[in-house]
Design a protein around this ligand. Structure first.
Ligand code: FES
Length: 678
């Protein structure tokens, strides 16, 4: 038996024998236990707090005596008086081992802690931030041994933290001398340590001990909206989120119209770059103000975006992305300083990381979805669909992952729909049509009651019923099909053919009236034949993309479907399947992943090794280009029927039976009759 005391750490289970008098922080470092420290053991940062446990621990084979650790010392007393130490806590850098002991490292003292996501999916995020704080005491200048302040700071970092070859970001040079003297030769530096082989870089410097923390932004830069999540780089917690419409919309609703704007207008790309950078600056400013954080502590930004947004953010003309072979300027990940991107509401030396793109049509947003949903680690064959103006589609499992992007257009977001609107209070988001009476009932965003429930009118007094959002239109079209008001080809029947007075002629077609307040100068909300055509085009593009990947994989069935994106998480899987948006699987195998691209951005922001992981897995993902694949067109045409012309949906038919109605018969008969005449 060793005469040296045994130290056991929980939750890691790491253990070893150490000389009496060794500090717990030193032992933790030797054993590789994750115990934080900013001040390097000087007893001033309190990041190294631990909880010793006393008594009998049969599991560890240890009995811990009351005097297993050195007594509470002056440093701890002073700290406790000034700031307070929670009961039972000690400072790991001050408490020294005297006998066998069990030491618990609480989550807040770990650098690489697991953070559980708050939203529906509980995938944990492991903390391993790229930027960390280090407190150092730097030697004063000496006329007899002349050396620069930065050179002595480098020596201090090497001696006190074993960090070598550090670089000082250009913006910090003019601060260095003043800050060193202000801190009386003690400073805290924020060091960004890239996941590549680039040297560690000092990106901010504060006098004395800086304790206010470091922050980052995870930004999901979409063609329609920009969402930013202000994240604590120590805890991984999202402190506040904010979003706004992408101001580039004024140059074109969809990506291709923005590429054409750039082609047609000299300097158009620059205008769009400026617009999006201004939007990011205003989001950063708003978040910093709301959370009362200085911009100097906002040191990192991670972006996920589609290829066109990627180029415009970086100030690259996206013109090549508008034509085959859709060449990206670079598909690799990019790390640049905030000042390079013109982001002046972020620390100018702060680092911006843009995830790699998968291909010319499959961007960093799809890479972020892959990082969040990890199809490459799945045992079963999973289809991940991120539904937006473009659908990013990933199909794969442990052995192989394929990706493509499909141009679904804006119909799923409520655009190009006669009564369509974006998801906002007052928009119809759920709808049911009674299969016997053919009467609808619905729910609007901002109200929990159905339209036929008592109190509905009163509850929607402020918002009214204003239109139908993306999830509402999906349900409306699927419900029309289930109620026998619309046939497989997507035609709405007439009032005579369906027996519903809600089917109203509109030119040569019919529309279905959901809500009518025209008597009171209110809106008339209906689903028109053109709306159905727009949804058919969008869903056919989505299904054809998925089908193309299934062909490439040589399979007829997938095991599981994950719907990602803000819209993807709101749509009903049953209705999506009735519509034929996604391949047939048991309903319980359709999952919603929430904003997977945003989650991927947050993972990459909080964990530097995730950047390595995604770069490695993106290089393994096989890209399929829908635009040049002839089979895509065949799949697209076949997918026009609802749910599908050829593919069977056996799982769907277990739960839904779709009426066998045909509303084009009359028309066909007329055509046939006419043909006979001729
Ligand atoms: Fe800073 Fe212990 S390491 S107080």
């Amino acid at each position: 038996m060793s005469s040296k005391p045994l130290v056991v750490f929980t939750p890691s289970g790491k253990r070893g024998h150490f000389e009496k008098g060794t500090s717990i922080l030193q032992i933790a470092r030797q054993l590789g236990v994750d115990l934080d420290s900013v001040c390097g053991g000087r007893g001033i940062c309190s990041k190294c707090q631990i909880t010793p446990s006393y008594g009998e621990f049969t599991k560890h084979g240890v009995t811990v005596a009351a005097n297993a650790l050195s007594e509470w010392n002056k440093v701890e007393e002073r700290y406790n008086e000034k700031r307070g130490l929670a009961k039972g806590r000690r400072l790991g850098c001050q408490a020294c081992v005297q006998g066998d002991v069990v030491i618990d490292v609480p989550a807040e003292s770990q650098v690489h802690k697991q953070v559980i996501r708050k939203d529906a999916s509980v995938r944990p995020v492991k903390m391993n931030p790229a930027t960390r704080l280090f407190y150092i005491e730097v030697a004063e200048p000496d006329m007899h041994e002349p050396s620069g302040d930065f050179e002595r700071l480098k020596i201090a970092l090497h001696d006190q933290w074993e960090i070598s070859d550090v670089e000082l970001d250009f913006f910090q040079f003019n601060k260095l001398q003043k800050t060193l003297r202000q801190g009386n030769w003690a400073v805290t530096v924020a060091i960004f340590n890239d996941h590549t082989s680039t040297p560690p870089r000092i990106i901010e410097i504060w006098p004395g001990l800086y304790e206010d923390g470091l922050y980052g932004l995870a930004i999901d830069l979409g063609s329609t909206t920009v969402a930013a999540h202000l994240t604590d780089l120590k805890s991984g917690e999202i402190l506040k989120s904010a979003g706004l419409m992408n101001p580039q919309i004024r140059f074109g609703e969809d990506l291709m119209s923005r590429v054409s704007y750039s082609m047609m207008n000299s300097g158009g790309d620059k205008e769009m770059t400026t617009a999006v950078r201004e939007a990011i600056n205003s989001l950063a400013k708003q978040l910093l103000m709301e959370v009362e954080i200085e911009k100097t502590s906002l040191v990192e930004v991670v972006f996920v975006c589609n290829p066109v947004m990627h180029h415009l953010l970086l100030g690259i003309d996206p013109v090549e992305l508008g034509q085959a072979p859709f060449a990206l300027a670079s598909s690799s990940s990019i790390t640049v300083s905030a000042s390079n991107l013109g982001l002046n509401e972020i620390n100018p030396s702060g680092r911006c990381y843009i995830l790699p793109c998968i291909a010319g049509h499959v961007g960093a947003d799809a890479a972020a979805v892959a990082l969040s949903e990890e199809p490459n680690k799945s045992d079963d064959l999973v289809l991940v669909v991120d539904v937006g103006t473009n659908a990013e589609i990933l199909l794969g499992n442990k052995s192989k992952v394929l990706a493509c992007s499909s141009p679904t257009g804006p119909a799923f977001e409520g655009a190009q729909i006669s009564s369509g609107q974006r998801a906002a209070p007052g928009a119809i988001e759920r709808i049911e049509i009674n299969q016997k009476t053919k009467e609808p009932r619905f729910r609007v965003i901002g109200c929990d009651l159905w339209s036929d429930e008592k109190g509905f009118k009163e509850a929607i007094k402020d918002t009214g019923v204003t239109g139908v959002c993306g999830s509402g239109i999906i349900e409306a079209v699927a419900e029309l099909r289930m109620a026998g008001l619309m046939d497989e080809s997507g035609l709405i029947g007439s009032a005579e053919a369906t027996g519903s007075a809600r089917c109203i002629p509109e030119g040569r077609t019919n529309s279905y009236l959901i809500y009518d307040q025209s008597d009171e100068n209110g809106p008339q909300i209906s689903v028109s034949q053109n709306d159905i055509r727009a949804i058919q085009l969008a869903k056919s593009a989505l299904y054809a993309g998925a089908r193309l990947l299934m062909d490439e994989m040589n399979i007829e069935k997938v095991d599981r479907v994950v719907l990602a994106g803000a819209f993807g998480s709101h749509i009903s899987s049953k209705h999506a399947m009735v519509l034929g948006m996604i391949p047939d699987v048991p309903l319980e195998k359709v999952q919603s992943a929430g904003n997977a691209a945003g989650t991927g951005a947050r993972i990459a922001l909080c964990n530097i090794s995730a950047r390595n992981d995604i770069e490695a897995s993106v290089s393994q993902i096989e890209k399929i280009e829908t635009a040049i694949e002839p089979k895509f067109q065949d799949h697209f045409v076949a997918a026009n029927a609802i749910p599908h012309k050829i593919d069977r949906f056996p799982e769907l038919s277990k739960i839904v039976s779709l009426p066998n109605v045909h509303f084009n018969l009359g028309l066909e008969n007329k055509t046939r009759r006419r043909r006979r005449k001729f």
